[in-house]
Design a protein around this ligand. Structure first.
Ligand code: AVJ
Length: 326
């Protein structure tokens, strides 16, 4: 792909321009997931240090019946909606059980990537021939809005994998408030949260010894080179991650090991990096039970049920609109 001219600057270009012109410099983790970034994230999920996926999978596998009962209490059929479904490995555990139980439901994965949706749909078509799948590609809220009055069945909207952790607190609350607007009283939200735990355990998940996370981070610079005509030399940047136990947040950075300039053609700018200057890349927020309860409350929900793995590493929380007990 050739770089776009500045006259037709992409949203990606605008965000990169804003981020690299700021002090401190930052880039948005939302741009990690091009084809190579998605592949690297799947590698991350297989790392022994990356406990999140394993913990959530364990909750789904060991508490399948309880999850089923919480989704269906007061509803005999549901629309199961998933925001950013990824490879669907965890969701498959629920779907298999829901089908076994003869639940009347259909599954709607919503993703910004057509490719991700296509892959998931064909996988689930062959794994679950009797499942009705309605994939939607595009903006989460536009699609949820269009589904709003589509059926009178209960919607259960799943947002798994601690994907919410990439949002700062205010954005997370705005996200859930917007979600609340597209739901009715009988609907539910099912969110995956990574819990606060031994800081060393958290840090090692974001600073793995094999360097997959470093590659995942550096891939965004490669993406800028390819899509925006950038001149980043990835060998001159190092991945650095830390965890702050007071804020319960892991953060990652790319550190410029030398003083250097980088030009990005599509936005017609050259940026100076001082030696050891960081680019803030990603926040991965961790939570306490109190933080989850407050976040639900501040966005118009209350916790109806929650599910922990055996060591309290991870929590899947089922929310209902506030003030409307089932
Ligand atoms: C996909 C946002 C849940 O923050 O744990 C993994 C992304 N970043 N390793 C996370 C990620 C570095 C991941 N989420």
């Amino acid at each position: 792909m050739t770089a776009k001219k500045s006259t037709e600057m992409s949203v990606f270009g605008v965000d990169v321009l804003e981020g690299l012109s700021s002090t401190p410099k930052h880039l948005s983790s939302r741009y990690f997931y091009d084809d190579e970034g998605s592949r690297l994230f799947m590698e991350i999920m297989k790392l022994p240090e990356y406990y999140l996926t394993k913990a959530e999978f364990r909750i789904f596998s060991e508490q399948t019946r309880e999850i089923f009962e919480s989704f269906t209490s007061g509803a005999d059929s549901i629309d199961l909606i998933e925001l950013g479904a990824g490879d669907g490995v965890k969701t498959a555990v629920l779907i298999r059980y829901f089908l076994e139980r003869g639940l009347n439901f259909n599954y709607s994965p919503i993703d910004i990537s057509q490719q991700a949706n296509d892959a998931l749909t064909s996988r689930f078509h062959s794994e679950f021939p009797s499942l009705t799948i309605n994939p939607h590609t595009g903006d989460y809220f536009k699609i949820l809005g269009s589904l709003k009055d589509g059926s009178d069945r209960r919607k259960v909207v799943m947002f798994l994998g601690s994907n919410i952790g990439n949002f700062h607190r205010d954005s997370a609350i705005n996200f859930f408030r917007e979600l609340r607007q597209s739901l009715s009283e009988q609907d539910r939200v099912f969110v995956g949260f990574d819990m606060q735990k031994d800081p060393r355990v958290i840090l090692s998940a974001y600073d793995d010894p094999t360097g997959v996370t470093a590659k995942f981070n550096l891939n965004l610079l490669t993406r800028i080179n390819r899509e925006l005509g950038g001149t980043f030399d990835t060998s001159k940047f190092s991945h650095y991650a830390h965890y702050r136990p007071i804020e319960c947040a892991a953060r990652s950075f790319l550190i410029s090991r030398e003083r250097q300039t980088v030009t990005i053609e599509a936005i017609d700018r050259t940026f100076l990096f001082e030696q050891w200057e960081p680019i803030f890349m990603e926040i991965s927020q961790k939570y306490t039970r109190t933080m989850i309860e407050e976040m639900a409350g501040d966005s118009g929900f209350e916790i109806e049920a929650d599910f922990f793995d055996g060591v309290n590493f991870y929590n899947n929380s089922l929310w209902r609109p506030k003030g409307h007990a089932a």
